[in-house]
Design a protein around this ligand. Structure first.
Ligand code: BTN
Length: 247
């Protein structure tokens, strides 16, 4: 595995993207930082975590075999890889819950977020030329800022300290497996595994859109990543990310 370890950096996504621009690097090259001082989250948010206690890393892929219209499959494959790795880690722990994927690609334990994924793509025409897959996982941190709505760490869940290098290598192994499935066209498998892994995949739950709070169940996630909800009155509603909140 080609893992480059940095002590402090603004953002591993920014660093890897700048490094990969204009030259061909090895696929799967990974940058991991003990501390990010300007970690990027989804939709312009920040990703702040305590130095040395968590995993914050970025991995380089060249998914040029994937048409732009199918880019959500990459997001599914990466979320599944993190989900696979975390669930394999707790498999023998006899816990009352397992990890799930909250649409589109957060990793949840019960109702709390343990990991976030930020994939930044460089496009050429209708092809994805390069993907920077950025992953942040709360591992050994115990105290979180009150500003975060619902954080959880692996330490909260297992009560144990986890070796960061071991877990990083485990996640990269799972990313390799899922990405190779994507490359070899096993898209039905990725979609069905993604649906099976979804948080709130069964029953009615409260959601909020621009018109207010309503109750719905998840019908499916479309190939382009749009969430299809079914309301209690049988109406189908479609949402892109940020158009809907889980209550
Ligand atoms: C989210 O908002 O849920 C996505 C968070 C992604 C954070 C990771 S940490 C490593 C990588 N570098 C960044 O600047 N962001 C991602």
């Amino acid at each position: 595995m080609n893992i480059i370890r940095l002590k402090t950096i603004d953002s591993t996504n920014r660093y890897l993207n700048d490094w990969a621009a204009g030259q061909d690097l090895e696929e799967y090259i990974t940058i991991v930082a003990e501390q990010q001082i300007a970690g990027r989250g989804q939709h312009g948010n920040r990703w702040d975590t305590e130095a040395g206690k968590n995993l914050t890393f970025s991995l380089l892929l060249y998914p040029d075999f994937l048409p732009l219209s199918q880019q959500f499959l990459l997001s599914e494959a990466i979320a599944l890889a993190v989900y696979d790795a975390l669930n394999s880690l707790i498999a023998n722990a006899l816990l009352p819950h397992s990890f799930q994927i909250k649409w589109p690609n957060d990793i949840y334990f019960e109702n709390r977020k343990i990991a976030g994924i930020l994939i930044e793509n460089e496009l050429i025409g209708t092809k994805i030329e390069r993907s920077i897959v950025g992953i942040g996982l709360n591992i050994n941190q115990e105290q979180f800022s009150d500003e975060l709505p619902n954080p959880v760490s692996l330490k909260h869940i297992t009560g144990e300290t986890t070796d960061l290098d071991y877990l990083l290598e485990l996640i990269i192994k799972h990313i390799t497996k899922r990405y190779e499935q994507l490359k070899s066209g096993e898209t039905d498998l990725i979609c069905s595994d993604y649906h099976a892994a979804l948080y709130r995949k069964a029953n009615f739950h409260p959601y909020e859109d621009k018109d207010g709070v309503f109750s719905a169940c998840i019908r499916s996630v479309a190939d382009n990543g749009v969430l299809r909800l079914l309301t209690a009155s049988g109406e189908e509603r479609l949402y892109s990310f940020k158009e809907i909140k889980y209550k």
